[in-house]
Ligand binder design. Sequence first.
Ligand SMILES: C[S@@+](CC[C@H](N)C(=O)[O-])C[C@H]1O[C@@H](n2cnc3c(N)ncnc32)[C@H](O)[C@@H]1O
Length: 265
Amino acid sequence: METEKKIDRNYLELFRDLIHKKLGIYISQEKDYLLESKLGRMLAKSEFENAAQLYYSLKDNDNNILEELIRYITTNHTFFFRENLHLKILRNDILMRKKSNPLIWVAAASTGEEVYSIIIELLENGINNFTIVASDINKHVLVSMKKGIYSIDRMKEIQPSLIRKYFDADPDNMSLYRIKNLLKPNIIVKKLNLVEKIKFEKKFNYIFCRNVLIYFNRDTQIQVVNNLLDNLEDDGYLFVGHSESLMNICDNVESVFTSVYNKKI
Ligand SMILES: C[S@@+](CC[C@H](N)C(=O)[O-])C[C@H]1O[C@@H](n2cnc3c(N)ncnc32)[C@H](O)[C@@H]1O
């Protein structure tokens, strides 16, 4: 079991604010047990003796410590073909509206299962020309995405024929599979924090930002959604998670399918 150091209660509030400011993630008081445990484990693994030292080094913008904080605080759970209906909506729209070389941004891509699911869906439907920008705030998940090695538990939603076509079994570990290199050339990987102002040179036809807004409070959700919309083509689609409605947080979008929005023009 991982060891934990005690976090002085007086510092919890300060860490809550700092995490909210730097990562956008708002951990409410009901989840203090989680915050204490995550910070306690981080502190035990660090060179710091107490919560005060850890807090002030983060406050002084020590980048290595901030990366560690991001690693401990973010929830990176994901799996292949999650909320699969969105993938069908995407490929139908590309085919129906004859979008050539669509530009897609997967804005909280975690370890890459979502990105590779999109690519498999497109290739299986004869869509070979596209570019995907895959981003996340956590640099460690981006490294895993580039490696593309996955445990079979994340692959339950993939048909066996597609596993054979797009993955190689790891000869040394029966529960691991490696993504074939043919899925990698269309991806550009970037470390991006959604609460910072982001401006890409070209606007996207499709943006996926799924299962991350739930970690933000309403003000941050508004800020992040506006940031995303600034980078979306006027006729583009924004996909959010199935439990993340934009209806009460944004007036300038309309719903086109479940959890899929476009701009009101
Ligand atoms: C639960 S995962 C969702 C992964 C995938 N989109 C899905 O639906 O399966 C949430 C991801 O959001 C990322 N994240 C959290 N805060 C972020 C921020 N401020 N900017 C960018 N990514 C963030 C986390 O690092 C994590 O990988």
